[in-house]
Design a protein around this ligand. Structure first.
Ligand code: ZN
Length: 314
C-alpha cells in the first residue's frame, strides 16, 4: 500500500499506553497480530512498547521482540517510550524509528513517576540526544510534556511551566515536543490556548496532542487542538487503558471514534474504518477480561457514510 500524505496523522499508542495501564499481560504473538491489523487498516505510526525494567512493568517484558516485528512493516513508524538513557539505548538497539520521553510539567508528578526533578529530566533528554546523535542519527526524539493540563497530585499546573519545559527539551536536543493530558483534566479552551502558545514558542517543533477521555472531553479536545494547528494525534484502539480514578471511563481517546470524526468532517487520516474495527479482534483476544470502548464501533457507520480518505470504506 502506497503511503499518501494525509491531513492528520493518527499515532496509535494502545500497545504502550493502553497495555501498560492494565494488569493483564498480552501474549507477544497477539500483540504482533494486533499491530499487523492496525497497519493493514492504514495506521502508519504506532507506539508499540516502553523500555522500562520488567520488574516495574511485566506487560512490556517483550518490548524488543515487538519492536523487531513491527519494523518489518514498510512505511510504519515504530515508536517506543523510554524514561531514561538506558531505556533509549535498548530501544535504539531493538531498531525503533522514534523514541518518546515523558517529561512532567508537574514537579510532584515528575518525582512520583520517574523519581527525578524536571531539571533532571531535561538533563536526561540531553544525554539521550547526545547518545542518539553519536549512534543512531536517524532516530527521532519526541519529548511529550505530561500533566500539561493539570495533575492529580499537584492540581493546577502553571501554563508558563509547560511552555518553559517544552523550550528546554528542544534546547536539550529533542526534535519535537507535544502536550499530554495525562489526567484527563483538559478542556477545549485550554487546549487551544496552550497549543497556540506552544507553536509560538517552538514553531514547527510543536508535536502531537496526547489526550485522554477520562471526563468525556477527549474528542472535543482533539478538535480544539486541530483548530489550533495540531496535525498529529495519539489515541488508543478501544480506548484501552481505563483510568483507575474514573471507573467506567476510557483512558486514551478512542482511535475508532477519532478517525470517524475526522473522516466524517472531510479530514483525511489514511485509515480505513472497517479494517480498523477488525483490529479490535486480536486486541480483545489478547486481553479477554478488558472492556473495549468506542461509540462508533458499537453503533456502526452511518448509512451512506463517505470517508474523506479516498480508498477508505469501500
Ligand atoms: Zn496517555
Amino acid at each position: 500500500m502506497k503511503s499518501v500524505a494525509t491531513d492528520v496523522l493518527i499515532s496509535e499508542v494502545g500497545p504502550r499506553d493502553g497495555l501498560q495501564s492494565i494488569k493483564s499481560i498480552m501474549p507477544t504473538d497477539l500483540k504482533n497480530k494486533w499491530i499487523d491489523a492496525l497497519f493493514l487498516s492504514g495506521i502508519r505510526e504506532i507506539e508499540v512498547a516502553s523500555f522500562v525494567p520488567t520488574k516495574l512493568l511485566p506487560q512490556m517484558a517483550d518490548a524488543s521482540l515487538v519492536v523487531k516485528h513491527a519494523t518489518t512493516h514498510p512505511g510504519l513508524t515504530v515508536m517506543a517510550l523510554v524514561p531514561n538513557l538506558r531505556g533509549a539505548q535498548a530501544a535504539i538497539e531493538a531498531g525503533v524509528h522514534k523514541i518518546t520521553i515523558p517529561v512532567s510539567a508537574s514537579a510532584a508528578h515528575s518525582m512520583a513517576n520517574v523519581r527525578k526533578t524536571r531539571e533532571e529530566m531535561i538533563e536526561e533528554v540531553k544525554k539521550i540526544s547526545q547518545y542518539r546523535n553519536a549512534h543512531a542519527p536517524n532516530v527521532k526524539i519526541e519529548a511529550g510534556i505530561s500533566t500539561a493540563f493539570g495533575c492529580t497530585l499537584q492540581g493546577l499546573v502553571p501554563e508558563d511551566d509547560v511552555i518553559w519545559l517544552a523550550e528546554q527539551v528542544i534546547l536539550a536536543g529533542a526534535d519535537e515536543s507535544g502536550l499530554s493530558d495525562t489526567t484527563g483534566y483538559a478542556n477545549p479552551a485550554q487546549i487551544k490556548r496552550l497549543f497556540k502558545r506552544l507553536r509560538a514558542a517552538i514553531g514547527n517543533k510543536a508535536g502531537a496532542a496526547h489526550l485522554h477521555n477520562t471526563r468525556g472531553l477527549g474528542l472535543a479536545n482533539c478538535l480544539a487542538a486541530f483548530e489550533a494547528g495540531v496535525t498529529s494525534f495519539d489515541s488508543s484502539l478501544g480506548g484501552l487503558g481505563g483510568c483507575p480514578y474514573a471507573p467506567g471511563a476510557s483512558g486514551n481517546v478512542v482511535t475508532e471514534d477519532l478517525v470517524f470524526m475526522f473522516e466524517a468532517m472531510g479530514i483525511t487520516t489514511g485509515v480505513n474504518l472497517d479494517l480498523l474495527f477488525k483490529a479490535r479482534n486480536p486486541l480483545q483476544d489478547g486481553v479477554p477480561q478488558e472492556t473495549l470502548y468506542g461509540m462508533v464501533p458499537e453503533a456502526g457507520l452511518p448509512k451512506g457514510f463517505a470517508a474523506a480518505t479516498p480508498w477508505s470504506h469501500q
